[in-house]
Write a protein that binds this ligand. Structure first.
Ligand code: GKR
Ligand code: MG
Length: 422
């Protein structure tokens, strides 16, 4: 195989939609379809590298802006990829701003989407698993957590026969959901997505989980739904219950305030979401655990850089998740095994997804953990029939941008997603 064969001949981006249950959060409720994009980077020699990213119109437009500029590049030229992205995706503002403008996140997201496909190709060319391309595994498997959501029994407009989780609105039902997750996947840590009900009712659910799972570390994530004063009032109940408290409040400065009285570490995937936020995070001692996410931090190598900065400043590292399929889970797992200071079990929405786009169907989380798929690169291949089916879903479902608040207004016309809610 000559080096010339290792040039990129074409890039395909396919928008897909897959079933998502009516999961509740501070922003509203999940719509019946989750939108994603599947990225294929094909070399002249026919090798194909895969990536998975968001499927909203803005992300698809950015991927499309860059696509043509990648033709002719080597998949080893990650700086060339970055330059292509920075040349095509317009800058909007300051990457160090609190809640950075879309442009900064858009560039990091676009690099991340293609970078995974480039690294997949590097692994395939070298005949090595992707984690070896990333410097080698320091563990065999990545631990994941049980990600609990309150949920409606079914979507009002689009019931899904594959959703057999039923209604989950009470502490007893949350314990039942946790029991099923733990029995089926062996999860060792449990996270409750909160910000939905009055905080005391959600802490009742945490206490029920503590009673039912005395040895399982617990977390709660209200997605910034609480005020600083509410969080202060709740602390005596949360003290001793949690391994960390995730994004109780809605800004880095408020997280800094909460850190002055919180007895447990604070974690975030909302306040520190770009490298430019790290100096202020450290200055305020606002966060002790950063939940990385290669989709918006700029890829797998950026995730490793973040973990390295975490080592320097004594920050714990773990991983955030949105609704996703197996290409993303494979990428998360390959990078997860290379991070020495991966301090907590990572989040994944994966158990909530009944669809899959990779050959062989869903990857099997067992004993609460997943080993990276074997084989060169990511170790997963596309199921072309599934890709076509999920693309058809995208065309037919009519959704083009996630809007949990609009979905919630179908149930509660007065719903207001403003934060803090409590
Ligand atoms: O899917 O409802 C959801 C989650 O709330 C998601 O949007 C968050 O990004 O899971 C995420 C989180 O940990 O904040
Ligand atoms: Mg979160």
């Amino acid at each position: 195989m000559s080096r010339a064969d290792h040039r990129i001949a074409g890039v395909r981006v396919t928008a897909i939609a897959f079933r998502d249950p009516p999961l509740l959060n501070v922003a509203g409720v999940h719509e019946p379809w989750a939108l994603r994009s599947i990225i294929e980077v094909e070399l002249e020699n026919g090798l194909v590298g895969l990536g998975e990213s968001y499927g909203d119109l803005a992300t698809l437009a950015d991927l499309e802006r860059v696509r043509a500029a990648l033709v002719g590049l080597s998949p080893f030229d990650l700086n060339g990829l970055t330059q292509a992205v920075y040349g095509a995706v317009p800058p909007i503002g300051d990457p160090g701003a609190l809640f950075p403008p879309a442009g900064d996140k858009a560039r990091a997201t676009t690099v991340g989407a293609f970078e995974v496909a480039f690294l997949d190709l590097q692994g395939q060319i070298a005949g090595l698993p992707l984690h070896a391309i990333l410097g080698g595994a320091v563990r065999d498997r990545v631990p994941y957590s049980a990600y609990l959501f309150y949920k409606f029994a079914q979507h009002r407009d689009a019931p899904d026969p594959s959703d057999d989780w039923g209604e989950v609105l009470t502490p007893e039902q949350i314990v039942g959901e946790a029991r099923r997750m733990v029995d089926q996947y062996g999860f060792g840590s449990i996270k409750l997505k909160a910000g939905v009900f009055e905080p005391d009712a959600e802490i009742d659910a945490l206490e029920a989980l503590r009673a039912a799972f005395p040895g399982h570390p617990l977390r709660i994530d209200p997605n910034g739904g609480w005020s600083v004063e509410t969080t202060r009032r709740l602390m005596p109940r949360l003290d001793g219950l949690l391994e960390y408290c995730e994004d109780p409040v809605n800004s880095l400065h408020e997280m800094g305030e909460v850190a002055t009285f919180a007895p447990m570490p604070l974690a975030t995937n909302m306040c520190t979401i770009a490298f430019g936020h790290i100096p202020e995070t450290i200055r305020l001692n606002a966060v002790q655990v950063i939940l990385s996410d290669h989709h918006y931090w700029g890829g797998l190598r950026a995730t490793q850089h973040l973990a390295w900065i975490g080592r320097v400043f004594g920050l714990g590292i773990s991983m955030h998740s949105n609704s996703h399929l197996g290409v993303s889970l494979a990428a998360m797992t390959h990078v997860g095994v290379t991070i020495p200071n991966l301090a907590y079990a990572c989040d994944t929405h994966y158990p909530w997804q009944s669809d899959e786009v990779i050959e062989g169907g869903k990857l099997a989380i067992t004993g609460g953990a997943l080993a990276p798929p074997t084989g060169p690169g990511l170790g997963v291949r596309l199921d072309r029939a599934a890709l076509a089916r999920l693309h058809r879903n995208y065309v037919e479902c009519g959704l083009r941008k996630r809007d949990d608040a609009a979905e919630m207004r179908k149930y509660d016309p007065g719903f207001n997603p403003a934060r803090p809610r409590f």
